[in-house]
Write a protein that binds this ligand. Structure first.
Ligand code: SF4
Length: 142
């Protein structure tokens, strides 16, 4: 990176090519990106430098069941500094069984615009599993 102040180096994860990106500042103080093989690399690098976002996945207990959990994730990535506050909100969730796959358990968590959604079905203990539904990890094997 000639005549540019080095800022950071990172790997683009948007496709399997995995370009090694180098970010620097030119003489005018503008951020410049090198090493990308397509147009997606520049906005990816700038977002990672200026406004990094992450998604997260975890699981929460389901009420009306004997210690069953349901896996959840965010509908969209949130600013990295919001991950722990968002996780704390998710930890308070105790959805009532049955929980449907894709069900919004918490909308617009902390004003981030992202919803917390269930990623699998979790029925009540007495409920028969819908045809095609997979066994939950928290269910005892018979
Ligand atoms: S810059 Fe383009 S080609 Fe390179 S890893 Fe990112 S998406 Fe793939």
């Amino acid at each position: 990176m000639n005549e540019r102040a080095f800022v950071d180096r990172l790997t683009c994860v948007l496709c399997p090519v995995g370009c090694e990106l180098e970010i620097g500042r030119d003489a005018a103080g503008e951020l410049r990106v090198e090493g990308h093989q397509c147009d997606k690399g520049v906005p990816f690098a700038l977002e990672e430098i200026l406004r990094p976002k992450r998604n997260l996945a975890t699981s929460v207990p389901v009420r009306g069941t004997a210690a069953k959990m349901v896996s959840v994730r965010l509908s969209a990535p949130v600013p990295r500094e919001m991950l722990f506050p968002v996780l704390a909100e998710i930890a308070k969730l105790r959805p009532e069984a049955p929980v449907r796959r894709g069900q919004v358990l918490l909308a617009d968590v902390l004003g981030t615009g992202a919803d917390v959604i269930a990623t699998r079905h979790q029925g009540a203990d007495s409920e028969e599993r819908p045809s095609g539904a997979r066994r939950s990890d928290s269910e005892p094997r018979s």
